[in-house]
Design a protein around this ligand. Structure first.
Ligand code: NCD
Length: 306
């Protein structure tokens, strides 16, 4: 496989191998410290990001490689009218692999068609975010040990949240998962995702509007931020942004082993008063993200370390 556009670009077996590799890198980082000597990763970010871009860069640097790139459309030739297709042709001469984030859905795919180096979709509009999904899967798998039979709550902006869309698609391949979607009416899952859920008869799901009613039964709670940048008007954003705030009082309703994940950045949806709760694993999740990206870079560059 050369490009990563969707979490479904990996088979379940490939995913497992990737998570095993990431676990090995975590345990023996020295073994991998020069695996990418002489290689360059380009990060082409047409939309703001801290975590994802730095996570990719840290991953490459920890493998001994180097990085270059830009972190906003304003600082790239996009302001002069250059197309993504031309940019990637140019970057293909400079780097060995590239991670691209773009506000337009499908832009990384257009780039991949013209690229001679592997392209990783690092988030395209409200569509997909496959490496966040790898991060989320690695976190759940490392801390729960499995995916099957889990009750997974997803809360917040289910309409525009690309991390939610990608994670649902990836989890549909496991058995007996029970999804609980918690959102205000305005931010419910898009129809095309519900159609995918409906085509899997062994997957159950429910849609609710309050967290309190479902917290006791969840194994995992995936919180998300209301995606301000994808709203058409500020009023709607302001009305919906504080719809859910996960605080100590709500955490008291959850079971002792429920994990709280969040792709970050958080705004108000998780109160800092729960940061020290052992069930709050969103900062651990960031670390898993770097290791799984290291494993991914090695795979795409076809570099084997035994
Ligand atoms: C997410 C994204 O960019 O979609 N962040 C991330 O990659 N860690 C989530 C978000 O921005 O809310």
């Amino acid at each position: 496989m050369k490009n990563v556009m969707s979490p479904l670009d990996f088979s379940v077996e490939e995913l497992e191998a990737l998570m095993d590799k990431a676990t090995d890198i975590m345990a023996h980082p020295q073994k991998y410290a020069h695996a990418c000597d002489g290689k360059i990763l380009a990060t082409l970010f047409y939309e703001p990001s801290t975590r994802t871009r730095l996570s990719f860069e840290a991953a490459m640097l920890r493998l001994g490689g180097k990085t270059l790139g830009f972190h906003s459309a304003d600082s790239s030739s996009a302001t002069k009218g250059e197309t993504v297709a031309d940019t990637i042709r140019v970057i293909s001469s400079f780097a060995d692999i590239c991670a691209m984030r773009h506000p337009k859905e499908g832009a990384p795919m257009v780039a991949a068609e013209k690229s001679s180096i592997p392209v990783i979709n690092a988030g395209d509009g409200g569509h997909q975010h496959p490496t966040q999904t790898l991060t989320d899967l690695m976190t759940i798998h490392s801390l729960k040990g499995h995916f099957d039979n889990l009750t997974i709550g997803m809360c917040g902006d289910l309409k525009f949240g690309r991390t939610v869309h990608s994670l649902i698609e990836a989890l549909l391949r496991y058995s007996n998962i029970h999804f609980v979607f918690i959102s205000p009416k305005e931010l419910m899952l898009p129809g095309y995702i519900k159609d995918k859920l409906d085509s899997h008869p062994d997957i159950q799901y429910e849609e609710v509007t309050t967290l309190e009613e479902v917290l006791p039964k969840l194994d995992v709670l995936y919180m998300t931020r209301v995606q301000r940048e994808r709203f058409f008007n500020e009023e709607d954003y302001v009305r919906l942004k504080d719809f859910y705030i996960l605080d100590k009082k709500k955490m008291a309703l959850a079971g002792p082993d429920m994990l709280v994940l969040h792709p970050l950045p958080r705004v108000n949806e998780i109160s800092t008063e729960i940061d020290d709760d052992p069930r709050a694993v969103f900062f651990k999740q960031v670390k898993f993200g770097m290791y799984i990206r290291m494993a991914l870079i090695l795979k795409l560059l076809d570099i084997n370390v035994d």
